[in-house]
Design a protein around this ligand. Structure first.
Ligand SMILES: Cc1ncc(COP(=O)(O)O)c(C=O)c1O
Length: 393
């Protein structure tokens, strides 16, 4: 982020806060589309503040809870673009959705119970629903292979059910092309076996490959060749079907910045500590190895000389675990300096332990493509959540 922009934001808003740069976000989606050449489904759990801005650039939105659904409704996203997903589907909400005859894009099926629930609701309301059957990767999510064959056979001739295909997600931040290759081969074999065993042709594979983001200074990856190799894997699948990639981190991370201010400095037992007004409840870097890895960041104001010292950057929580970075080399760190952490557009504001110690949730700011900015969420008080809401009985 340009220094002038950081200065302007700091003049207008108190730290800590998140900034999401919509220009960077749209460029990122265009980049992924160019290199992957498939449709994109955005897993909204990564960042729910950017949905409207990317609506025209994303083919689908994966929604995993009642809360996420209500955010999509509030943002007036087209229901036809929603993939209603999630390991727990509230029967009441599912029945209501089907009863309302909303033109929901697709529902995923994670268990036999979910299948029965949706099948019966569709029949009762004479409503056609489209399904993706989630294949398990060996955990609590999804269905096993035999169950999938069974559902496909059961759905034959059912006028209210259209099985579109298979959904698969096995984990996030996969740096290994070998691992991805194994997954793609497994999926390819499975799709062939579905066709062999049931005679049913799978129209689409919605695959969450967990594409990685390089968060740390040591990790300079050649992303272009990584994506090229991955794209070749998908193209060389024997089973030809429409592939949709379900992505969160890889789409949203790069548009985000988290700004937090140094509020105290001290030396304890020969170690320098800087306390910032944010903390690990706002900043989640996957694979940070107990803060040993150094995330990409900037410091404001910029340092005038390079006489760096080693600092431990700690947050405002009452836990020794609240360390953002260990042994960061910075010159002249002092109170009121601001650290600008990069790549914070995914999961930081949705995955953090944000209620601990009743600190406010940070302000959220959006920067438009022309450089103008505005606040899209005020800081939220969590003390109100962390206390009884009435007088009691
Ligand atoms: C089912 C599903 N799809 C997609 C994603 C997005 O993963 P990522 O952010 O690694 O792209 C997740 C993340 O948890 C998920 O659970």
């Amino acid at each position: 982020m340009k220094k002038r922009m950081i200065g302007e934001l700091l003049q207008n808003y108190g730290t800590p806060f998140y900034v999401f740069d919509i220009g960077i976000l749209k460029e990122r989606i265009a980049y992924l589309r160019k290199h992957l050449k498939v449709d994109l489904c955005y897993a909204i759990k990564a960042n729910t503040f950017i949905l409207k801005e990317i609506n025209d650039h994303i083919d689908r939105f994966e929604v995993c809870s009642e809360g996420e659904l209500s955010i999509c409704e509030h943002m007036q996203l087209p229901m036809s673009k929603l993939v209603i997903s999630g390991v727990h589907k509230n029967p009441k909400i599912m029945r209501q959705l089907i009863e309302r005859k909303e033109n929901i894009g697709i529902y995923t099926i994670e268990s036999m119970n979910q299948y029965v629930l949706l099948k019966e609701a569709a029949k009762q309301n004479h409503c056609l629903i489209r399904l993706l059957l989630r294949l398990t990767s060996g955990n609590q999510f999804g269905l096993n292979e035999e169950e999938i064959y069974g559902i496909i056979q059961d759905a034959v001739g059912n006028p209210y059910i259209e099985i579109k295909g298979i959904q698969y997600f096995s984990g996030t931040q996969k740096h290994s092309l070998k691992k991805l290759k194994r997954e793609v081969s497994y999926l390819d074999e499975f799709l062939i076996s579905v066709s062999d065993k049931t005679g049913f042709s799978i129209q689409e594979l919605e695959f969450g490959p967990g594409l990685p983001v390089s968060y740390f200074e040591s990790e300079e990856e050649d992303e272009e060749s990584f994506l090229h190799e991955f794209s070749k894997m998908l193209e060389s699948m024997t089973y030809k079907t429409h592939v949709v990639l379900e992505l969160g981190r890889s789409i949203a991370a790069c548009c985000g910045y988290y700004l937090t201010k140094v509020v105290d400095v001290k030396v304890n037992k020969h170690q320098r500590y800087a306390i910032v007004d944010g903390g690990i409840h706002h900043l989640v870097y996957y694979g940070a190895s107990m803060a040993m890895k150094h995330p990409k960041y900037e410091i404001y104001p910029a340092r005038k000389h390079a006489d760096a010292q080693s600092w431990n950057i700690c947050g405002s929580l009452c836990t020794v675990n609240d360390i953002l970075v260990k042994q960061l080399m910075v010159a002249d760190l002092s109170c009121d300096d601001v650290l600008v952490f990069k790549n914070t557009g995914a999961y930081c504001m949705t995955e953090g332990i944000s209620l601990f110690l009743s600190h406010n949730l940070p302000t959220v700011i959006k920067v438009e493509e022309d450089g103008s900015f505005c606040r899209i969420r005020e800081a939220v008080r969590t003390d109100l959540i962390n206390m009884p809401s009435g007088k009691g009985e």
